[in-house]
Write a protein that binds this ligand. Structure first.
Ligand code: FAD
Length: 377
């Protein structure tokens, strides 16, 4: 199989799928993204990326765009939950100077548009929900979609998130586990923030729950709020629901005045179950592999689930290139071997608050350069 005539199908046009497609195209591969959504809609939430992920965005030619559509916070303040005492104040641009790439917050919609701008026109087919796949003789993989249509590919990347159909087709799909916490999420317009003492990025850490609030663009016109707390998940399935505001405010009732006031001003709030899937190999079979939440969903306590999907995409393309784009099966084996240790460590760290509080060494996380780290033996 030569690189020029290898067709790669990416299932899922989320963070990992778009990053993979953009990097594949830059390396000269032909690829198509099959996305189940009939249209992309702007998800009302923020997301942050550390230098470990933003250096990949630079390699995609998105350095300027990233800083134009997102925000490099000027300051991040960690505070005690009850007194509001600041205990770890970071000049966030310092991370950029130290690690050669910035820490950036985005509105998820802006991030998605940015990643979309990095793939060639007509790369994405919308309304294509994968329902089955079949490995035929030779290297052909047949994809079947819910609308009754089919497609074929030489290589298949499952970037289809937590309930990955690709994963279910090549391995057993054990359901994700509930992490015992929910996230209340809201976006507040600047006009309702009057009188609140808020900096670019704010975090309040309680013994078993925490909240973050950060702006997402230079205009600082919208504030992303996410508050995580232990709670039973009492809904019929794991889809996010409209939050009960009284319950949310009661869960943070003992927090300091600024956070309580902030939550009092949130009127449109969604409630998300925090789900996790332990990372275990294998991720690949034949010419099919997985990336991102499809193989290792993690709680957001370190804010790295999306970052790991971005790193996966970069490593996957490096490994294909290592074999000249011709020998796909060993390239996919190399990919998962080269990623596993990194994912395992980040997954473990994401079970605790320590890294998010900035209390422990962040060097291993932010200093990691997926574009140059040695490949596995
Ligand atoms: C409260 C919360 C806060 C978070 N904060 C952060 C943060 O600050 N930083 C960070 O890095 N991460 C964060 N994360 C994690 C991050 O959102 C995920 O890890 C990330 O979205 C995973 O990317 P992905 O591309 O693997 O999957 P997804 O983003 O889930 O994308 C999967 C795509 O596949 C599509 N799809 C699914 N099934 C099919 C199918 N059968 N056929 C076709 N298409 C399909 C979906 O529609 C979707 O577009 C947070 C998560 C939560 C819950």
């Amino acid at each position: 199989m030569s690189k020029a005539n290898t067709h790669i199908a990416v299932v899922g046009g989320g963070i990992g799928g778009l990053t993979a497609a953009a990097l594949l195209q830059r390396a000269g591969y032909t690829c198509t993204i099959y996305e189940q959504a009939p249209a992309f809609r702007r998800i009302g939430a923020g997301i942050s990326f550390g230098p470990n992920a933003t250096r990949v965005f630079y390699s995609m030619g998105l350095g300027r765009t990233m800083l134009a559509v997102g925000l490099q916070p000027s300051i991040t303040v960690n505070s005690e939950w009850d007194t509001g005492r600041a205990f770890n104040v970071m000049q966030t641009p310092e991370l950029g100077r130290r690690y050669g790439a910035p820490f950036v917050t985005f509105h998820r919609g802006a991030l998605h548009d940015m990643l979309l701008s990095a793939v060639k026109p007509n790369t994405i087919q919308l309304g294509k929900k994968l329902v089955g796949l079949e490995e035929r003789g030779g290297s052909e993989i047949k994809l079947s979609f819910e609308d009754g249509t089919h497609a074929s590919a030489d290589v298949l990347i499952g970037a289809d998130g937590l309930n990955s159909v690709v994963r279910g087709a090549i391995f057993e799909l054990e359901p994700p586990k509930y992490f015992g916490r929910v996230a209340y999420r809201s976006i507040l317009p600047r006009r309702v923030l009057e009188g609140l003492e808020l900096l670019d990025a704010n975090r309040w850490w309680g013994p078993d729950r925490y909240a973050v609030a950060y702006f997402m663009s230079e205009a600082r016109d919208e504030l992303n709020v996410a508050a995580l707390t232990p709670e039973a998940w009492d809904e019929p399935d794991f889809s996010p629901v409209v939050a009960d505001l009284t319950r949310m405010r009661a869960a943070f009732g003992g927090f300091n005045r600024t956070l309580r006031e902030l939550l009092a001003r949130c009127t449109e709030v969604s409630r998300w179950p925090i789900l996790t899937r332990p990372s275990s190999l294998p991720w690949s079979r034949g010419c099919i592999t997985l990336l991102g939440d499809a193989c290792h969903a993690m709680p957001p306590l370190t804010g790295q689930g999306g970052g790991m999907a971005v790193e996966d995409a970069a490593m996957l393309v490096r490994c294909l290139e290592h074999y000249g784009g011709e020998d796909v099966k060993p390239a996919l084996q190399l990919y998962e071997k080269s990623r596993f240790q990194r994912i395992t460590r980040t997954h473990e760290a994401s079970q605790t608050h320590e890294l998010g509080r900035g209390d422990t060494d962040q060097e291993w996380l932010y200093g990691y350069d997926v574009l140059s780290v040695p490949l596995a033996n």
